[in-house]
Design a protein around this ligand. Structure first.
Ligand SMILES: C[S@@+](CC[C@H](N)C(=O)[O-])C[C@H]1O[C@@H](n2cnc3c(N)ncnc32)[C@H](O)[C@@H]1O
Length: 262
């Protein structure tokens, strides 16, 4: 396989050319529920999920970002069905995280505004890498800790509180023109990731030089951020128009480093 390349083809074909246990980490957003017509392409979910299981390494993680369409007055539940299918074929549903949009498109009707998408973390066994994002703790300095002795007596001990703690599993991002990315060309694609979201997930689940795959590369966000964070990457994108957009976007990052494996 050529590393640092977006294959302009169905991701099933790209994966068929990968050996077993090849990829460290996947982050992607599939074309769900026909919400958008990405130049008319469809995808075969179950076959793709099984191929993902085959090509990901033991301990590898997939971040699968999806939401449901509302059809005939009901949310489809596709996100949950997909999550349960991943479980059925051997993945662990490691964490159901939320991608919270601070500024979504407002909606009319008798529902609250749709602020989030699911950000499922599926793992093949226990995740081999976890570098959690942290935030400062609210209370710092010394705290009184109660200790009960064997005879039942209580005494107090001063303990230094930790200064940082893991963040929660709801991730907040502002989105839209000039915010999701500064690359104007990316907005020719209808559904781009915020770059910060991709960076947060790559930093959490991978280490430098790990190999990342995005089977639905769209405008190339995963490729750009993987490159900037010094990870190797491969992508698939079925639409020639989007591959051209992504390659144009990536040009300025001077892909001099082309790794080749196998
Ligand atoms: C939600 S978009 C991904 C957007 C991307 N995360 C970004 O930041 O630009 C899904 C993409 O999957 C592509 N696609 C649909 N079916 C595909 C398939 N079978 N193989 C590869 N790409 C496919 C669509 O053309 C679309 O660009």
């Amino acid at each position: 396989m050529e590393i640092g390349k977006i294959y302009n083809e169905n991701c099933l074909i790209t994966m068929q050319n990968m050996p077993d246990n090849y990829i460290d980490f996947v982050i992607t957003s599939p074309p769900y529920d026909g919400i958008r017509n990405y130049n008319g392409y469809q995808f075969e979910f179950e076959k793709i999920a099984k191929e993902l299981f085959r090509i990901i390494k033991s301990g590898g993680v997939i971040i699968w970002i999806v939401a449901d369409a509302t059809i005939d007055g009901s949310e489809t539940g596709t996100s949950f069905k997909q999550a349960l299918f991943f479980k059925e074929i051997g993945f662990r549903l490691h964490d159901t995280m939320i991608y919270y949009k601070n500024n979504p498109m407002p909606q009319t009707g008798n529902r609250y505004h749709q602020h989030f998408e699911y950000m499922f973390a599926f793992s093949k066994g226990s995740p081999k890498t976890f570098n959690p994002l942290t935030e400062p703790t609210k209370y710092q300095g010394l705290a009184n800790m109660k200790n009960r002795g064997q005879n039942g007596s209580l005494d107090y001990e001063k303990v230094e509180r930790t200064k940082e703690k893991k963040v929660g599993n709801v991730f907040f991002y502002s989105i839209g023109g000039g915010i999701s990315t500064k690359d104007k060309i990316a907005y020719n694609h209808p559904a781009i990731f915020p770059e910060k979201l991709v960076a947060d997930q790559i930093n959490t689940w991978t280490n430098t030089a790990d190999l990342i795959y995005d089977p639905f590369m769209g405008s190339g966000t995963t490729a750009k951020i993987a490159h900037l964070l010094n990870r190797k990457w491969i992508g698939s994108e079925i639409s020639k128009e989007y591959v051209d957009i992504a390659n144009e976007r990536l040009k300025e990052y001077a892909f001099t480093k082309i790794y080749t494996t196998n």
